[in-house]
Unconditional design. Sequence first.
Length: 146
Amino acid sequence: MEKDNIKAQHSFDAYCKKIIINQAKDIWRSEKRIRKKFKLFSGMSAQELEQALSESPEEFSTFIVSGFKVLVHDFLLVEAIRQLDGKKKTIILLYYFVGYKDAEIARLFKISRSAVQKHRAEAIKDLAEHLGESDESKGNVDVGND
């Protein structure tokens, strides 16, 4: 009886370890895919950032989000972001411009990480529609997962 109990415990331990390892691999793959597609300001070198910000400040639109001043240069993108509702706009700005992870945004809004992913996916879809990029003409929009 004792051996069966120990065997069951070891099986459960092995199962839990396998789940954790697979989850870590999924997160790593997801972040790798995102890093290939997007370059965050927080990941730019000083020279790249200086070059990106070297244009006159009048050419940028400013968004204030959670105490961060976010500068956006592309007029069409600015207009598309302004069309988003408050929560979606904040999630997009925090994720893509400030560099927050889904978990950090979830804590800020006091919602689940999956809810943040859902809001971000909806926001990306809204942005694509506003910018004239439909799934049929440009391929599916990949929002990535943290």
